[in-house]
Design a protein. Sequence first.
Length: 340
Amino acid sequence: MNRKKLLVTGGSGFIGGNFVQYMVNKYPEYDIYNLDLLTYAGDLTKHRDIEMKDNYFFVKADIADRHAIISLFEKERFDLIVHFAAESHVDRSIADPGIFVQTNVVGTQTLLDASKQVGITKFVHVSTDEVYGELDFNPNTFFTENTPLQPNSPYSASKASSDFLVRAYHETYNLPVNITRCSNNYGPFHFPEKLIPLTISRVLNEEKVPVYGDGKNIRDWLHVIDHCSAIDLVLHEGEVGEVYNVGGHNEKTNLEVVKSIINTLGKSDNLIEFVEDRLGHDKRYAIDPSKLEKLGWIPTYTFETGIAQTINWYLENKWWWEQIISGEYVNYFEKQYSLK
Ligand code: NAD
Ligand code: DAU
């Protein structure tokens, strides 16, 4: 019997990297291809424990390179696609939106064309709750799959555009798709430009932690492994054409998140430095995950167990993040913040 071929795009980044490891270990009967351009956000060192496995393959390519993508799809005839590859950082999209349109919109359309041309069994497009815009601070309001899309940043606008293309390829060409929209992830291999790994790495180095505005904006945090299990479920059991929200009801203000990390590491709140607010800063995100729960999804981490596991991971894996916070990252950090 032929082995199933699963293509994961962006499998050298944070969530895609965790997903590739999760799938390679869980499904030895699948051949799993990680396609990644290895931008500043992607690295192969995170895969040193799986790179020798027989069911893992790496392809370096740009998802927006039409010739390379169509040739690869014609050669490999993938059954399943899980599409993570993207420019993912809101602050970078505010500074330079163009690459977000190129990768997130043109890249997604290229993958959709290749999938349509060769025929696939399922295309899961990994999107974000940010496409819904922002909620107010009323704790009884949530994003559902029927919330209208009202993206506020160039990043979320590019993701919403890609969601519309995925939907259109299903409606027009019957491409078997799902869209998942997840809240903020955290966990191992999270790139230290994002709030949680930035805070952990800076607190460990006794450096100031930049908090935007008054620190009262709310995010709904989900451990990356719970996101991986959600995507696995949608890939295998999701009803074709449907959208699924992913989130675990873990709402926290940014200040609560930063203080919990500082306290766990036994350091002082004096490390917090309030800095200029992000432009167009969304107030609150909160997910209603009931549709996915009805499909059988059960998250395993609370915020408290997940953040403890994550802090431990950063303590035990300095080799990974210390190589990242040097080089290009230093230039980025100096440009983005006026901290020492
Ligand atoms: P990331 O920035 O850590 O990783 C992105 C990966 O995509 C990197 O490995 C990068 O090299 C690769 N990539 C970028 N441009 C590429 C291109 N043109 N061709 C091929 N590969 C390319 O991102 P992440 O945080 O892991 O997010 C993954 C996906 O999940 C994104 O689509 C993002 O929108 C979505 N998402 C993220 C979160 C979150 O909290 N991080 C939450 C919900 C949804
Ligand atoms: O909601 C899902 C989204 O979560 C994903 O689609 C994005 O790819 C991912 O980057 C994340 O977006 P956010 O903008 O919410 O994540 P970030 O870690 O950049 O910021 C989290 C909150 O912390 C946000 O309110 C801004 C604030 N913040 C962030 C940074 C980097 C600070 O206060 N200081 C900082 O230095």
